[in-house]
Design a protein around this ligand. Structure first.
Ligand code: ADE
Ligand code: ZN
Length: 333
């Protein structure tokens, strides 16, 4: 199975690049920038990665990214993940990044963008990999601040594929960001949002109705509303489901209880992603292998999941057609 999965053209639609910061690189960047970490060793950092819920994770996630200061740091962060993902058979990544989390720490917008865009350019030139850019907004920050940051991003609008919405979901409903998403739509940017991870099914409906998103990140709690499931099936709206993330953040108790098989049985357009691979136990291949074991999935399911992701990804049409062709040509074991 591992060999087959590695040969598939794998596409990941939901990846926070700051969540790909492995402890080894975190220590190297802390040393480069003379920053004290709350951990003495890589092992101690890894041992701290046990979370009761989304907020507990976010606290360490924002702390971890404090080592990112220079353009080179952002380049190294992204390139490190691109290389690892590529070795595991990933051919396209739609990458979320969180500018507000860096602006708050006094890191300039240009520093973040220059490093990430240089890594994207180098990866696309040297690896069999394409990268989509999703500028995400922190939903636990004020809506006005998000609007200001979107305007500040003007020099980069042409380099963005979409805006996204992430961070602490509870009590931060999509409705709070209706004006932001309307502005992004007017600019011609695609829109995605985290919804129905910890928040209720109604947040998924709000994201569709008030933010006009084209995909839902996570969305697993849609199963709490029959009407919503019917709607998602009819519209074939993609859900970017992150199984090991859901286990790590106690959205589900055990992978074997994960709603993924039910989502597929409902004929929803499901895809699989790793979310924050450095914190949740591994990248896309690890997620795929865990699902194969937990659900007894065979090769056909992984072909279908990757077909959904290729159809939806922010990529050029010629590459999309080439990847669909490659998917059809990957032989069985
Ligand atoms: N930011 C990084 N990972 C996230 C997640 N799983 N949910 C919400 N915000 C995030
Ligand atoms: Zn996420």
């Amino acid at each position: 199975m591992r060999d087959f999965l590695t040969r598939l053209p794998n596409v990941e639609l939901h990846l926070h690049i700051e969540g790909s910061l492995e402890p080894e690189l975190m220590f190297a960047l802390a040393k480069r920038n003379n920053i004290d970490l709350p951990y003495a060793t890589v092992e101690e950092a890894k041992a701290a990665y046990h979370f009761d819920d989304l907020q507990a994770f976010l606290n360490l996630y924002y702390q971890g990214m404090s080592v990112l200061r220079s353009e080179q740091d952002f380049y190294d962060l992204a390139m490190d993940y691109f290389q690892r993902a590529s070795q595991e058979g990933v051919v396209h990544i739609d990458m979320h990044f969180d500018p507000q989390a860096h602006l708050q720490r006094g890191v300039a917008f240009d520093t973040v963008m220059a490093g990430l865009l240089r890594a994207k350019q180098d990866a696309e030139a040297s690896l069999d990999l394409s990268v989509g850019m999703i500028m995400a907004f922190l939903r636990d920050r004020p809506a006005d601040e998000a609007l200001e940051v979107l305007e500040q991003a003007k020099p980069y609008w042409a380099s963005l594929d979409a805006i996204g919405l992430d961070s602490a979901e509870r009590d931060n409903p999509p409705a709070k960001f209706a004006a932001l998403f309307a502005r992004a739509k007017a600019l011609g940017l695609a829109r995605v949002a985290h919804a129905g991870e910890e928040g209720p099914a109604d947040y998924i409906s709000q994201a569709l109705d008030l933010l006009d998103v084209q995909r839902i990140d996570h969305g697993v709690r849609c199963l709490e509303s029959e009407a919503l499931v019917r709607r998602l099936r009819e519209s074939q709206t993609v859900l970017t489901v992150c199984p090991l993330s859901n286990v790590s953040l106690n959205v589900v108790d055990d992978l074997r209880d994960h709603p993924l098989p039910r989502l597929l049985a409902e004929k929803l357009k499901v895809t699989i992603s790793s979310d924050d691979p450095a914190y949740f136990g591994g990248g896309l291949l690890t997620n795929h292998l865990a699902c194969a074991e937990a659900f007894g999935w065979g090769e056909g399911v992984f072909r279908q999941l990757n077909r959904h992701a290729i159809e939806e990804a922010f990529m050029r049409e010629d590459r999309r057609q080439a990847l669909l062709q490659r998917l059809a040509e990957v032989s069985a074991q």
